[in-house]
Design a protein around this ligand. Structure first.
Ligand SMILES: Cc1cc2nc3c(=O)[nH]c(=O)nc-3n(C[C@H](O)[C@H](O)[C@H](O)COP(=O)(O)O)c2cc1C
Length: 205
């Protein structure tokens, strides 16, 4: 199923077509594709090129590894994420390796890396669904994550499924239209809250 962004603006098809489905097909992801996704993340920009991201990867071909990360998800996410091809735990360093000072941009950098991974995934016909709904304590314990790193998201990656693959109560949500705030609400000029004029005259707000 496709759910492209509905927009009057020109968007690259990979950005337009990325979305976060819950229906996955259970098809395993080939190692070459998986490495390509991680490589896309690896080449993201980061503050001082610190590359504060670290990932723990669990492919469904390795049942024990997949089950281990799946067991860390909230029940509401586990119900659909169990059909993904790969689960990835995304973590970020809390401080700069160069001087030990807090790295307040690490989450930003991790987000960039995951965005690149998501676009690469879209190019390969894969879908990505990020999750905040998992137990931070459990991943810390099961994977021995050092205090210096924050577990941030678990990412489900897989080939697209169909809404019928989902528990009944999730099927409607799968087909709901994707929504965004209008540009005039998020892009200002001059002072805070002043929308860019062209956006106002275009009737965006
Ligand atoms: C950091 C982050 C955490 C998220 N956590 C969850 C989650 O726990 N469960 C879930 O179903 N979706 C989760 N999502 C998916 C968002 O709900 C989704 O990206 C948003 O509704 C926009 O939809 P789209 O990605 O299809 O454009 C999360 C997304 C992000 C970026």
């Amino acid at each position: 199923m496709d759910k492209p962004a509905h927009t009057d603006q020109q968007l690259h098809p990979l950005i337009r077509d990325r979305w976060s489905p819950r229906a996955f097909s259970c098809q395993p992801i080939e190692d070459t594709a998986l490495y390509s996704l991680l490589e896309a993340a690896r080449w993201a920009p980061s503050c001082f090129n610190e590359q504060p991201w670290r990932f723990v990867v669990a492919s469904r071909q390795d049942e024990a590894a997949f089950g281990k990360l799946l067991s860390c998800l909230n029940e509401s996410n586990r119900r659909w994420a169990q059909r993904a091809g790969v689960l990835v735990l995304a973590t970020a360093s809390k401080s700069f390796a160069r001087n030990g000072k807090p790295n307040r941009h690490a989450l930003h950098d991790l987000g960039l890396a995951v965005a690149q991974l998501s676009i690469q995934a879209t190019a390969l016909g894969l879908r990505v669904h990020q999750m905040a709904g998992f137990s931070i304590e459990r991943v810390r314990e099961l994977y021995g994550i050092p205090d210096a790193f924050d577990p941030v998201t678990v990412i489900a990656i897989g080939y697209p499924g169909v809404p019928d693959d989902l528990p009944e109560d999730l099927r409607d949500r799968e087909t709901q239209q994707r929504e965004r705030k209008p540009l005039a609400e998020i892009a200002f000029v001059g002072v805070w809250d002043q929308p860019m004029p062209a956006l106002v005259t275009k009737g965006e707000k």
